[in-house]
Design a protein around this ligand. Structure first.
Ligand code: BGC
Length: 244
């Protein structure tokens, strides 16, 4: 079955149709810059543009960079719009909406590095913020917000996200030190058997992963930055199957 996956990020909104059985994009993705300010109406217009671009009438899944419970947004710290309480599922035309890292993690567990991994697996995405998806024997604990763990008196994502790397003018090695410190903290709290690194930086893993040493294996996401799109599409296809 095919579904359209749309990934809302702090800088871009990206979408593509996905073959959900294979976990692969079936057409080149479309990227629209995230509107500023990223108010619900403007973001909904961008989502609608992507749906129109692909002439899509099937299931649509959308990732959101904040806490989403039953389609309703609780927080969106990196979007800067008035999102709390917005029913994103309705706003996006009946789409299935879920947290971005949860979507990426589900994709990675189904088609990528997490396949068949028992025990505690943690996917962490490094982009505008730090997103987290926590799995126990393949089952997701939704909406963990581990990017907001406090380190040195501030949110971890303010020090160790990819945006922090750029804004603080850090070289890869310096940034990797911050990421390692963060990963050690998370490792201490959860004792995962595997940590998967996703988000925009996953395609540059060779620049920073060699500088990170941890007891837990740390691997880049197999689906790279497409994990969100693929995970969103998968969630939509599953929701459709349950409804039908
Ligand atoms: C948000 C998370 C999100 C992450 C990555 C954090 O600031 O609170 O919900 O998953 O950024 O976008």
């Amino acid at each position: 079955m095919d579904a359209l996956g749309i990934d809302i990020g702090g800088s871009g909104i990206k979408g593509a149709p996905v073959d959900v059985r294979a976990g692969e994009l079936t057409a080149e993705r479309l990227r629209i810059p995230t509107p500023h300010p990223a108010e619900p109406g403007a973001v909904a217009d961008a989502v609608a543009r992507i749906v129109r671009h692909f002439d899509w009438t099937g299931p649509v899944g959308v990732t959101f960079p904040g806490v989403v419970v039953d389609g309703v947004v609780r927080t969106a710290v990196n979007l800067k719009g008035s999102w709390a309480g917005v029913h994103a599922g309705e706003l996006f035309g009946g789409a299935t909406v879920l947290n971005d890292a949860d979507a990426a993690g589900m994709a990675e567990m189904t088609y990528g590095k997490g396949q068949g991994q028992p025990g505690v697996v943690l996917m962490l995405t490094f982009g505008t913020g730090i997103g987290s998806a926590l799995f126990a024997d393949g089952v997701l604990v939704p909406n963990t917000e581990l990017g907001h763990l406090q380190l040195h008196g501030t949110d971890a994502e303010h020090r160790a996200s990819d945006r922090a790397r750029e804004e603080h003018g850090l070289g890869w090695h310096k940034w990797a030190e911050r990421v390692e410190e963060y990963l050690r903290h998370v490792e201490m709290l959860f004792t995962p058997s595997l940590i998967v690194i996703g988000g925009g930086v996953s395609k540059k893993a060779d620049k920073f992963l060699p500088h990170i040493s941890l007891d837990t294996p740390v691997v880049p996401a197999a689906l790279l930055n497409q994990a969100g799109i693929i995970g969103a599409a998968r969630a939509a296809a599953q929701a459709g199957a349950h409804a039908g």
